[in-house]
Design a protein around this ligand. Sequence first.
Ligand code: PHE
Length: 464
Amino acid sequence: MKEKKSNFSNSIGFVLAAAGSAVGVGNIWRFPYLCAKDGGGLFLIIYLILVLTFGFVLLTTDIAIGRKTKQNALKAFGTLHPKWRFLGYLTFLVPALIMTYYSVIGGWITKYFCEYIISDGSALSKDSYFTSFITSKVSPIVFMLIFLALTAWIVYRGVEKGIEKFSRFIMPGLIILILVIAIFSLTLSKKDTDGTVRTGLQGLWVYLYPDFSGLTVKRFLEILLDAMSQLFFSLSVSMGIMVTYGSYVKDDVNLNKSINQIEIFDTGVAFLAGMMIIPAVFVFLGTDGMASGPSLIFISLPKVFEAMGPVGKITAIAFFLMMGFAALTSCVSVMETLVANCMEIFHKTRKQMCSMIGIYSLITAVLICLGYNALYFELPLPNGATAQLLDVMDYISNSFLMPFISFLTSILVGWVIGPKYIISEVERNGEHFGRARLYSFMIRFVVPVVMLILFLVSTGIGNL
Ligand code: PHE
């Protein structure tokens, strides 16, 4: 049985839903960490340039393909060119892989949120707390289930009544929370035992100051690669998600304007996340506190909340609520993409496909949880890191598939069907696409070369 094609009710609904997908754990935990690691303001400048060039090109491509074909990635690429159907299948793999672990991370956030509600949170600031939680057998699965059920329920309610409706109150809520915490973070200060005082404003300087010291060509390329892979993940491009959301956009919506708004939203939240986290960590833990990955959010920040004293608990609750919002709307977009693609391919109803994808997500997420105990292993990755099950999924989807898909998409759009196809979709209602020439140039010459390099370096085939 075929259901009627769903749509976002208007441009704001679309922008908030797409921003909901884009704004996720990547903005709040990975962006600030990369900034601190890669020279503060230097990283910011590079990232901003990439958003305005690569980000805009890839986002425009995905969304325009979706709206023009009114199809999901699995079918859309075949519609663009029958020989390129395989690209749809490749693209589908990314959300299928991300789905396996995103709800697990969502579960961790849910757990921390609940713990801060019911306790004073002092246990969470202990070094071993996070590891003993994720390696325990039952708890991570229970919290993952709560988060997954919430995600599935929103997707089940559909595009307008579920995704759009929830994004409409979650996204403004997220902005308010992040603004309040970021401003609060700037007002912090602490006196060390030796009498030195560290303030939030000094922390802001650490964040914004472009540190060029020790900058070599190799180091610059490393920063560029960090910024580039962050950009993909952050904008949710090259994984079919924005194609799916684009297919729900009505023909009278001004795509160019909406894309600019989504970019501003996503980059703005990442910037604010840095303003929220870096000064706070600087004040309480010094410059060494900015450890990578999960430890920043789940180990360093609880220490910061603990050190804040009485306001720490309420700040922590606000923080994990905001982080939960960000993760939820992203996870919804991943699941929606899987459900929508399968509905189209198997001609089944949303309800049927939600159950099928729900079961898939459940089984794979349990496996990921078990990756920290019963199924524990460490695998060396081609890029030199060692990885557990979750990291392996992350690596295949983000470091391997996404640059490869972007490379192929740029060849298809730039050279096979031609950039005009996308440009005419953006200008559908006579809108002015100011950066049309930049778009054509980028998609034909710059994106393929850079994506190929990114792919080779991050898979370890090419060395910096
Ligand atoms: N864009 C999200 C973030 O920045 C992550 C995400 C990736 C969401 C893939 C959906 C799909 O965290």
